[in-house]
Ligand binder design. Structure first.
Ligand code: MN
Length: 284
């Protein structure tokens, strides 16, 4: 199932070049009272909502994908977790040999730890990236993004994939400079998720997916997630040993070699095997 959010907070199922509005299925969500439970309630209830969504798809309004504005497939993540330096090619080509100031000299993910991006930085493919630091170098980072399905703490590696609701493409946009990652990667629109969430059952092996990114048609990043230093299960286990994971939490799994600058007017095109493709406009 390819689940998207689009337009004015509509929820849709994507088939081919069409999106079918299944927002009506969300009326089955429980009425909530303050204080609200942590996490994204649609993701939390997804298993229960799926039959209603499929039924709604029989009569829901259909749109061409090209006619809708795609939003982040997760509306209310509890947190955006991200893995730094998780491809050796990125460490070798972008980090180790770089003359760009990094905040520290740590070149192993197990020493660097994970970091968090502000939830307010999250946008969908159709909303685009707005450059927040026009006088500085702003880079694209192509990543596989993992959407957590349910609450979990100290998840074992062998159980980790059962905690995944789905996958999408993540762009971990970054301004270069000496500040903490959480500052440089958290400007509004610096976290892009899209084009939609593919449910976990449709991804045979998240650690064997081709990823590719080009800017204005020029290939910049190309890898397969089997090149991850810490794979998806290891990242979930590690993250959950530190943070309680909640439904809708997102893990950006890290970027391969080829991070490079973008500027207003550019179009970033990203493709992931089993997921799909998205074009993301860069604005000033
Ligand atoms: Mn990154």
């Amino acid at each position: 199932m390819k689940l998207c959010r689009f337009g004015q907070d509509r929820v849709g199922l994507v088939t081919g070049e069409e999106v079918c509005d299944v927002t009506g299925a969300l009326k089955a969500l429980p009425a909530l009272r303050y204080p609200f439970p942590p996490g994204d309630q649609m993701i939390a209830e997804l298993e229960r909502l799926t039959p209603a969504m499929l039924e709604e798809a029989q009569r829901g309004e259909r749109h061409k994908l090209s006619d809708v504005t795609l939003l982040s497939p997760v509306a209310n993540p509890g947190k955006l977790i991200a893995a730094p330096i998780n491809y050796q090619s990125h460490i070798d080509q972008d980090v180790a040999g770089s003359d760009i100031a990094y905040s520290h000299e740590v070149t192993s993910i197990t020493r660097a730890g994970l970091f968090l991006k502000a939830n307010s930085s999250l946008v969908g493919a159709g909303q685009g990236v707005c450059i927040a630091f026009p006088e500085r170098r702003n880079d694209h980072e192509l990543e596989l993004a993992v959407i957590i399905g349910g609450r979990g703490k100290n998840i074992a590696e062998e159980d980790a994939l059962a905690h995944v609701a789905g996958y999408c493409i993540g762009l971990d946009m970054t301004v270069r400079g000496p500040e903490d990652r959480s500052f440089r990667k958290s400007a509004d629109s610096y976290s892009v998720l899209g084009p939609w969430m593919v449910s976990a059952d449709e991804v045979a092996d998240p650690n064997a997916l081709d990823l590719e990114l080009s800017v204005n048609g020029e290939l910049r990043q190309k890898t397969n997630t089997r090149e991850l230093v810490l794979g998806v299960s290891q990242l979930i286990a590690w993250a959950s040993s530190v943070y309680t994971l909640h439904p809708g939490d997102v893990i950006f799994t890290g970027t391969p070699a080829g991070v490079a600058p973008v500027k207003p007017g550019d179009v970033i095109s990203a493709t992931a095997q089993d997921i799909g493709s998205m074009d993301v406009a860069v604005r000033g």
